[in-house]
Design a protein around this ligand. Structure first.
Ligand code: APR
Length: 183
């Protein structure tokens, strides 16, 4: 685990299971249909139970699909986290707009959390699994976007929860490069 302080916020990199995190909210790597899936999405619904999908059913009926880059909020069901923020990452095809959409996922999630007074948040490495986004490209986007958004919204803790040691290393090196530049 690695801890970095910025804007009075603990930025934590940790290797582990997102669904076990005890931050107030978890961010889910969902799909636009909000129908659940594999990866993080599947793990959240498995551990969180059916109440989360019940809330997504209502959201889907009332506001339709969730476009890539945007986010919706539900309760945490049986999870330790009280809330889940479901955001939809870009499906990686090497397009020019994908970095912006990925950054929007982190921005939208933090803004939605701030609107609900949520002060601690855990992110997975959005889009780097089934959606195929190369994690070496995604990590600096995630870290830079979150650090920049802290200029606008106050949090006590933001965690980046990486599933594998390899992914953790990628984030750790990306954070070191960002910290060196800003020091
Ligand atoms: N905890 C932390 N990280 C996890 C976990 C977990 N329990 N499970 C998977 N991951 C990691 C993956 O290794 C990857 O690095 O989360 C990252 C995101 O991978 P995915 O969950 O596959 O999400 P994404 O690439 O954004 O694809 C989204 O997959 O599950 C479906 O419904 C979802 O269609 C959507 C698509």
């Amino acid at each position: 685990m690695r801890e970095y302080r910025s804007h009075d916020t603990n930025i934590i990199l940790v290797q582990g299971d997102l669904t076990l995190q005890d931050t107030e909210a978890l961010v889910n790597a969902a799909n636009s249909r909000l129908l659940g899936g594999g990866g993080v999405d599947g793990a959240i619904h498995r551990r969180g139970g059916p109440d989360i999908m019940k809330e997504l059913d209502i959201i889907r009926m009332t506001q339709g699909d969730c476009p890539a880059g945007q986010a919706v909020l539900t309760g945490g069901g049986a999870l330790k986290a009280r809330f889940v923020i479901h955001t939809v990452g870009p499906f990686y095809q090497g397009g020019s707009e994908e970095p912006q959409i990925l950054a929007d996922c982190y921005r939208s999630s933090m803004r939605l959390a701030a609107e609900h007074g949520i002060k601690s948040l855990s992110f997975p490495a959005i889009s780097t699994g089934i959606y195929g986004y190369p994690i070496g490209q995604a990590a600096p986007i995630a870290l830079r976007t979150v650090l920049k958004e802290l200029d606008r919204h106050k949090f006590t803790e933001i965690r980046f929860v990486l599933h594998s040691a390899k992914d953790y290393e990628v984030y750790d090196q990306a954070l070191s490069r960002i910290v060196e530049i800003t020091q």
